[in-house]
Ligand binder design. Structure first.
Ligand code: ATR
Length: 279
């Protein structure tokens, strides 16, 4: 562990809407960490120089958000096998020798959120359907494969992106057309929305839950609003639901633990504090 004020931050473009400064700020105050956490706006072409500067300045670590999770990989000294497999890095740990090590904690955040919101959750307990095929879907499908999901059905409006994830990740992933999403819900134990549909200001996800067993767990990675139309509809027919905020909060834990030496907790106070930054 280094001494003095520990420097850290999040890099992205734009960065104004990132909730990571609130998340890390809350935990730093809670644990009395002598540190700073900066929101750093950087364009892709300036990434290599910025990373070098921050490493030379003694930064202990960085979180990485859109659009840099893939681009940053070319400028690191080391990448965990899991991040390489997923094809994206969201956390960079910087050691005393300015060595940059990239990892991906989004899948961890996803699984921990489901365990926190639905005690006893296990990916291995049944088939999953994942809607969407962006960066978040990639980390989530990887986490479900790692967790032993017996089958993962992936549906995306642009089918080619789902096919690409299935090709890249392997595992028990089956791609179906977007039009087949309703029928795919039969006998499923977990339904996850990773599309942006249902987010405040966007259209609701257009889906019929009629075929979904009422024992299935439903999760949305959208967290503004916390109860999306999908989660509202699922709840109304008796399904257990977990909202998306916890994925953001839990994905920050491994980075915080490595940067500052404390594994922080996700609590209701933290949820309220971070949410108050979404208005
Ligand atoms: P990321 O930033 O995580 O990489 P993204 O590209 O913003 O993700 O992906 C958003 C997801 O929402 C995609 O799966 C996108 O589908 P496409 O791949 O077809 O673009 C999905 N999405 C966005 N708007 C949608 C809509 N109106 N209907 C269906 N899916 C939609």
């Amino acid at each position: 562990m280094r001494h003095g004020t520990l420097k850290s931050g999040v890099i992205g473009w734009p960065i104004d809407h990132s909730l990571s400064p609130r998340l890390y700020g809350f935990w730093m105050r809670e644990h009395g960490i002598n540190g700073v956490y900066h929101a750093i706006a950087v364009e892709t072409n300036a990434l290599p120089a910025l990373l070098k500067t921050l490493a030379d300045e003694g930064y202990v670590g960085l979180n990485v958000t859109v659009p840099h999770k893939e681009a940053v990989m070319a400028h690191l000294d080391e990448i965990t096998d899991q991040a390489r497999w997923i094809g994206a890095v969201n956390t960079i740990v910087i050691d005393e020798k300015a060595h940059l090590r990239g990892s991906n904690t989004d899948g961890f955040g996803f699984i921990e959120n489901l365990k926190g919101g639905h005690p006893g959750f296990s990916a291995a307990s049944g088939p999953a359907v994942v809607l969407g095929a962006g960066g978040a879907a990639r980390a989530i499908v990887a986490a479900l494969i790692d967790g032993g999901a017996p089958s993962i059905t992936l549906a995306n409006r642009t089918r080619a992106r789902a096919d690409q994830i299935a090709d890249d990740l392997g595992g028990p992933v089956r791609v179906v057309d977007w039009a087949a999403r309703n029928a795919a819900l039969k006998d499923v134990a977990l339904l996850v929305n990773t599309t942006t549909l249902g987010m405040a200001g966007k259209a609701a996800l257009d889906i019929s839950l009629d075929a979904l067993p009422t024992e299935a767990l439903v999760n949305d990675i959208v967290y503004v609003p916390l109860e999306t139309p999908l989660l509202g509809a699922a709840k109304a027919r008796g399904n257990a639901v977990v909202d998306g905020l916890g994925m953001l909060l839990h994905q920050g834990r491994p980075g915080f633990a490595t940067f500052f030496g404390v594994d922080p907790k996700v609590t209701d106070d933290l949820r309220r504090y971070v949410l108050s930054g979404t208005g």
